[in-house]
Design a protein around this ligand. Structure first.
Ligand code: SF4
Length: 377
């Protein structure tokens, strides 16, 4: 049996944040009931063969899934349970934004078997929350965190962003320490990245905003990793840190190239050989489902070499590194030659063990470039 996951994409948000590249839309709450029906139909109609899969994680992301009412989430879960064997699910996450996840709703989510909350904290500095166009307050971060714990969520993640224009190291260090004091089980700390099509991209292009220099971001990256380590949060992926045994198993499925189902607009799925994604438009998605058409807008079959290159790229992002046992014999010479060249070029960046190759924290700061050098032509 192959360990596998299910991802559900809920595309609604109260507002569209200026840096966000995920597929999400604001001011469409009136479409939520129609969307829930479409999502249930998509689940019921899915024909992907999962007989050899052991589904052990579910992740409801977005968007802002906590905007849905409890009964709407419950009906989605009933559709999943009617279709798939969920008896092996050990990690079941829902994303929730501070101030947009009332305590009673969190209690209901917990009663449905959801056992992990991922909170979009981003910053604890009011002026930076405003810059990022986040609508929650600092107080709401602590309130939502306490509510999640109070209703029984023993596994809580906090998402944070750093290297934000106008953020000093002192502000970031203070915020990170305040979050660490809360003792979440998991912290995701992402550097702010510039994505085409976002308001942030336009502001930077028009020279209204200046992004921090790469050198500064690289320095903060290393200092952040050091701080996390000192406080008992092990880095297991380039931007993800956890207490022992609290790694996000669902995200590990992506990085270990395991299969996963995906439902909802823009959701990406993988069955071990094929990757696909659904239409990145709520209206198109609704029309397709309601007219009995497939919502899939792109599908590609990965060759063995494509899969190997993904194994290399994702492997370098993780502390466990590239699993050398998964490199097919016919590609081992080519990979070894690439590695010898890369080892000279990226001195001090690799940790080589018998069964894996991983990156030092310095190497992780350059993982994209290193990945390109290791991948096969
Ligand atoms: S709340 Fe999250 S998903 Fe929604 S726009 Fe903001 S960053 Fe994107």
């Amino acid at each position: 049996m192959k360990s596998a996951g299910i991802y559900i994409h809920i595309p609604f948000c109260a507002i569209k944040c200026m840096y966000c590249d995920f597929y999400s839309i604001a001011d469409r709450e009136e479409s939520i009931p129609r969307f829930v029906n479409a999502l249930i139909s998509e689940i019921q109609r899915c024909q992907i063969d999962t007989t050899e899969w052991k589904i052990d994680t579910i992740f409801i992301g977005g968007g802002t899934p906590s905007l849905l009412e409890a009964k709407q989430i419950e009906s989605i879960l009933e559709a999943l349970a009617a279709k798939y064997d969920l008896s092996s699910v050990k990690e079941f996450t829902i994303e929730a934004n501070p101030g947009e996840a009332p305590k009673e709703r969190l209690r209901d989510f917990r009663s449905f078997g959801i056992n992990r909350i991922s909170m979009g904290v981003q910053s604890l500095e009011p002026k930076l929350l405003k810059f990022l166009t986040r609508i929650h307050s600092v107080e709401q971060v602590f309130e939502t965190f306490e509510n999640a714990r109070a209703v029984g969520f023993e596994n809580v993640n906090c998402d944070l962003i750093y290297a934000i224009p106008g953020q000093s190291w002192e502000i970031w260090e203070r915020d990170l320490n305040r979050i660490i004091e809360l003792e979440p089980n998991h912290i995701s700390a992402y550097t702010l990245t510039l994505e085409k099509g976002t308001d942030l991209f336009t502001l930077v292009k028009n020279k209204k905003v200046t992004m921090p220099k790469d050198g500064q971001t690289g320095e903060w990256f290393l200092k952040t990793h050091e701080m996390m380590k000192m406080n008992g949060y092990a880095s297991y992926e380039i931007s993800n840190f956890s207490r022992s045994g609290m790694e996000c198993e669902h995200n590990l499925h992506y990085w270990r190239i395991h299969p996963y189902l995906a439902f909802g607009p823009s959701a990406h799925g993988f069955d071990g050989t094929n990757r696909w994604n659904n239409s990145r438009s709520l209206d198109q998605y609704l029309q397709q489902i309601e007219s009995d058409s497939s919502p899939v807008s792109m599908k590609e079959t990965l060759s063995e070499k494509d899969r190997l290159n993904e194994l290399i790229g994702f492997g370098l992002r993780m502390n466990e590194g590239i699993n050398l046992k998964r490199i097919p014999e016919k590609y081992q010479n080519e990979f070894n030659n690439n590695f010898i060249i890369a080892e000279n070029k990226w001195e001090g960046c690799f940790i080589k063990k018998d069964e894996s190759i991983s990156l030092t924290p310095t190497g992780m700061a350059y993982s994209d470039g290193i990945g390109i050098d290791l991948m096969l032509d």
